[in-house]
Write a new protein. Sequence first.
Length: 221
Amino acid sequence: MSYTEFLAQYGSRLLSGAVVTAEQTVLASIIAVAIALIMGLARLSGNFLVRGAATVYIEIFRGTSLLVQLYWIFFVLPLFGITLEKFTAGFVAVGMNLGAYGAEVVRGAIQSVPRGQYEASLALNMSPAKRMRRIILPQAILIMLPPWGNLLIELLKGTALVALISVADLMFQAKQINGTTFLSAQAFGTALIIYYVMARLIITPSMRGFERFMMRKMGRA
């Protein structure tokens, strides 16, 4: 079977899997960004309990395998009365895992803002919340965008693991096609190309565009 014939016969299945992968990536990204902001700010809290809880979360999710976390959320949580549908379990696990990595990016970016910015906001008698929202966080976002681009690409690749709980994503479809046709090069080669296109032509330009937008907004263009 030629590659053209392969695409004509199985291309629609791979594209449907790519759509599911894109959905998993977007939903997991929303969870990851929310967790990263909350946990990153909590790591800087003056309250020992808040800071300690954030540290425990980050260390657990960074120090254990994403695959094990996925299995825990899908197979073990039902034993405690919490059952998630497989599609939901997939993006929740990936989002929670990458959110832990993102939290350290957020913390580091906030701490990288020059000390003079804090002192200037104090001189203007800003409240801590207003100081963070108006002065510190916009500058920190500009600092954290490049590493967040890398994290989102890692998140995209991490979604491939959801195939192991039978979410019909790109990798699941590629494995199914390979299992029935044994055309490994065509099936996994096409999946590789689609993952690359999604990372290189969607995520990377989007993050660079957002970075340019933030630079213009901060007057650094």
